[in-house]
Ligand binder design. Structure first.
Ligand code: ADP
Length: 530
């Protein structure tokens, strides 16, 4: 209702951290330069943030290297509260040695992996405690609805860290039978210094997907946040140190892609690179990684995901889900269901209702209750989306609703629906990354599988049907890293996420992400000494 929409939610929020985080300290950039981060509601400056470049990346990598090589993080064997415990063990062992000639000194060397998870759990508790402030900062910097940040994204961030905290002491190798008199085992070791580059659409969640598994495996990190949204990562990193994270384990360099990002991707002392962003930039960072030190790379890139509504669909439900699949987060999701395929038998009814739903979508100040859609992230994205809408209008597709900006300030765009979309149009091929739904008509399942797969992308797909055979046929036929059946955008911590084809390489989240951050060492020992 209008009254509900009017109510402003104003959690206390201020910007406390704008500097780079290197070796546990907030520092200015080497050049002294800063850049503004803007409020997408108005285009006004929220804060000026230290701008990292090559020299800062070098310092951050050196700090991460030292924290990795000298510990304690990778082994977490001698950390604070454990020093006392170690001393007690040492005294007891000396006493036992003295009395029984018993070498108990080995106990002193125990690796307390549990300490790593304890710090991650404590961090999760602290983030939970500051849930509303962090969500407000995320909304301010990014423009997403406050309640979405507060009720879904920050809790999901916390969940991710708790999930990976649980892995920290459960990572181990195998004992492998081998021909000949040899004992063979594998050690799963942390890979070293991880470079991580994240985008602006889910600043906190993208941080969690990368930092969580890397830390659980015992790595140290240099994180390059997106230039549009540097604030929340710095806020939570401060809480990480409050939780007891040793200095240098998590370093954060705010800054731009071609400078700070490229320096990280091509650094000779970074052992692994994880990137989320556009396919084009993914190709660039993969090249930089290959040309420098061949660091392994995981990429989570763009998409043009099909959402397929079959003839047996409950149309009202399908409309709601397809609407959510596309418009969620202002349409700024790599896995947005941006090609809505509708069976010809339900097509007309669907289009009518999808249009009505889009026209009902509440766009406005993301801090207001009841608002479903805030502004797009920045003027570049805003202009790009309006350009695609123009191209759609100039094509033979039908503009059902929307098609323009809202107001004259900030980056608000009307929820837009095109019907009668054909595969060769730019709005059907390219990732628009905005609130623009494209509806296609199809006749049969074999045909829709071919059309859905006819793209360079393969990130996700949605299937809407009550028929298990149809669901199975589509699930097996679609070339995508995730298939959601009768649901969309379900992202629990344990579910792997990643792309086929040019949507990326590797998987994040769940058990699958651990492999990205581990080296396997084979250790071979003769069973009998010669
Ligand atoms: P978008 O177009 O959605 O902003 P990008 O792929 O350009 O997506 O950005 C995602 C992340 O990649 C951001 O952190 C950005 O700064 C970074 N980035 C952009 N260009 C480069 C580059 N040449 N090298 C390394 N990182 C980059």
């Amino acid at each position: 209702t209008a009254a509900a929409v009017e109510e402003l939610i104003t959690p206390p929020v201020q910007v406390n951290h704008t500097k780079l985080l290197i070796n546990g300290q907030f520092v200015d950039s080497a050049s002294g330069k800063t850049f503004p981060t803007l409020d997408p509601r108005t285009g006004e400056v929220i804060a000026n943030v230290a701008e990292g470049d090559l020299e800062d990346v070098n310092c951050a990598v050196a700090a991460a290297r030292k924290a990795f090589d000298e510990g304690p993080w990778p082994k977490m064997s001698a950390y604070v509260s454990l020093i006392a415990l170690s001393l007690v063990c040492l005294l007891i062992s000396l006493y036992l040695y003295y009395v029984f000639c018993f070498d108990a000194a080995q106990f002193v060397k125990y690796e307390f992996l549990e300490e790593r998870s304890r710090i991650m759990l404590k961090f999760a508790d602290l983030v939970e405690k500051h849930n509303d402030e962090i969500a407000a900062l995320e909304t301010w910097d990014n423009g997403k609805p406050y309640l979405q940040a507060a009720q879904a994204e920050v809790p999901s961030f916390v969940r991710l860290f708790r999930y990976y905290a649980g892995w920290a002491d459960k990572i181990h190798g195998l004992t492998i039978p081998a021909d000949g008199p040899h004992h063979v085992q594998t050690l799963h070791e942390p890979i070293g210094v991880a470079g991580q580059i994240i985008p602006w659409n889910f600043p906190l969640l993208m941080m969690a997907w990368k930092v969580g598994p890397a830390l659980a495996c015992g790595n140290t990190i240099v994180l390059k946040t997106a230039e549009q949204t540097p604030l929340t990562a710095l806020y939570v990193a401060n809480l990480f140190h409050e939780a007891g994270l040793p200095p240098g384990v998590l370093n954060i360099v705010s800054g731009f892609g071609p400078t700070a990002g490229a320096a990280l991707a091509s650094h000779m002392d970074v052992d692994k690179l994880a990137f989320t962003g556009s396919t084009e930039t993914g190709q660039t960072v993969l090249q930089l990684a290959a040309k420098s030190n061949l660091k392994p790379v995981t990429l989570e890139l763009g998409g043009k995901s099909p959402f397929i509504i079959c003839e047996d669909a409950d149309v009202d439900h399908a409309v709601e889900l397809a609407h959510f699949a596309l418009f969620f987060n202002q349409g700024q999701c790599c896995c947005a269901g941006s090609r809505t395929y509708v069976h010809e038998r339900v097509y007309d009814e669907f289009v009518e209702k999808a249009k009505a739903r889009a026209m009902r979508r509440v766009v406005g100040d993301p801090f207001k209750k009841g608002v479903e859609q805030g502004p797009q992230i920045d003027s570049e994205q805003f202009k790009k989306i309006l350009r695609y809408i123009r191209e759609g209008r100039d094509s033979s597709a039908t503009l059902e609703c929307g098609g323009d900006r809202i107001g004259s300030k900030g980056y608000f765009i009307q929820p837009t629906v095109f019907s009668n979309v054909k595969e060769d149009m730019s709005i059907a091929q390219d990732e628009i990354f905005g609130p623009v739904q494209c509806v296609f008509k199809f006749k049969d399942i074999g045909e829709v599988i071919k059309r859905a797969n006819n793209t360079r992308y393969g990130l996700a797909a949605g299937v809407f049907t009550k028929n298990i055979d149809t669901a199975n046929t589509l699930t097996r036929g679609l070339r995508a890293g995730t298939v959601w059946i009768n649901c969309y955008d379900i992202f629990d911590a344990g579910i792997p996420f990643g792309g086929y084809k040019m949507s990326g390489m590797g998987r994040e989240k769940g058990i699958y992400s651990l492999n990205n951050y581990l080296q396997v060492k084979a250790v071979v020992t003769p069973l009998k000494n010669p």
